[in-house]
Design a protein around this ligand. Structure first.
Ligand code: SF4
Length: 336
């Protein structure tokens, strides 16, 4: 069953820092701080639209640093949400926060109010990159907070970014390895976008910074996706959600509305190339059988994969075959 979250956004509330890349108001498209009545309203709407499916959904507080909120305000939101977890209407509560806003006392409080999943914004595991982007915490703090979260039996999610100020593609791969070693159940990967009203926006306008291109980011994120899945870590998000505010405030960066699809297509392309070249399939016509659900992933946006395979000497036809498992493929070299 498809997982659903009932998401409430607490933009910037609770943040003791102003990270170089962050303008939560344009990222989330939300400016108002939710109050307990908003939680009740969101739950009512979710029950009306999801029906019984809410049993598999979480009430999620995203967008700020939940555990750094004013304690009374944080508890008021949890108190509004908790009865719906207690009576089984929802499966739990999910929050996102900063690594330096986690300690045993707050974890006990979160557990008491039915929080099940904690996502930490790690962003990088390189202290130099963290400092250059004004994160205000270290990689060691990410490690300590992650261990504590697991020790208290919460589901751990970690978020990382690519293309940060002072980072490189190789640096992002090192971050991914360190994140995987912390054994999160899931990760989110966010390419850096340069937004108006941020320090990176100022640096970009002054000609001091440019992030990775869309092409570089797709190639990097396709390999990160492969890496995390090879370590049995679910990549639950690749790229920011679109919103009119985001598009209005975007100065530069690898934004694409179907970013994950681009990454999955690229990964399929790399696998097809490796199989064709590594398996010594002679240049010429080839047929690739894929699960019907993966046809557009295999073909690529605007038939990009077909075109790129042609450039290395293969005229490929992608054909549906329901017996091929999702994500896999079978290749036949076609002789005249
Ligand atoms: S990235 Fe997170 S911690 Fe940094 S300013 Fe934005 S919401 Fe706050």
């Amino acid at each position: 069953m498809k997982h659903a979250n009932v998401a409430l956004f607490v933009p910037h509330n609770g943040c003791p820092h102003q990270c170089s890349f962050c303008n939560q108001r344009s990222i989330t498209g939300h400016t108002a701080q939710p109050v307990p009545q908003d939680v009740l309203r969101a739950v009512r709407v979710a029950k009306a639209s999801l029906g019984e499916r809410t049993k598999h959904a979480e009430i999620a507080f995203f967008g700020g640093s939940f555990t750094a909120l004013d304690r009374g305000y944080m508890v008021s939101l949890l108190e509004a949400a908790f009865p719906f977890v207690k009576d089984g209407t929802f499966s739990g509560i999910r929050i996102s926060t900063r690594p330096d806003a986690i300690d045993e006392e707050v974890l006990l409080l979160l557990r008491r109010y039915g929080v099940t999943v904690i996502e930490l914004g790690a962003q990088s595991m390189d202290d130099r990159v963290l400092a250059m982007n004004e994160r205000g915490h270290t990689a060691e703090q990410v490690g300590k907070a992650s261990s504590l979260i697991k020790q208290y039996n919460f589901t751990l999610g970690l978020q990382m970014m690519t293309g940060l100020y002072g980072d490189t593609a190789e640096g992002a791969v090192r971050t991914a390895r360190k994140i995987a070693n912390l054994r999160p159940e899931n990760v989110r990967i966010y390419p850096t976008l340069i937004l108006r009203g941020t320090e990176l926006g100022r640096k970009y306008t002054a000609g001091e910074f440019q992030t990775l291109s869309l092409e570089e980011t797709v190639s990097l994120c396709a390999s990160l996706l492969d890496f995390f899945e090879s370590r049995h870590i679910n990549v639950i998000r690749l790229g920011l959600h679109g919103s009119p505010e985001l598009e209005q405030n975007l100065l530069s960066g690898p934004w694409h509305p179907a970013f994950r699809q681009l990454c999955e297509s690229r990964r399929m392309l790399e696998r097809m190339k490796a199989r064709l070249q590594g398996g010594h399939v002679p240049h010429g016509d080839a047929a690739v059988l894929v699960n019907p659900k993966n046809i557009s992933t295999a073909i690529g946006q605007k038939k990009e994969n077909i075109r790129l395979l042609e450039q290395i000497g293969y005229r490929v036809r992608i054909l549906p075959d329901a017996s091929v498992p999702e994500g896999g493929f079978t290749i036949y070299g076609l002789k005249e």
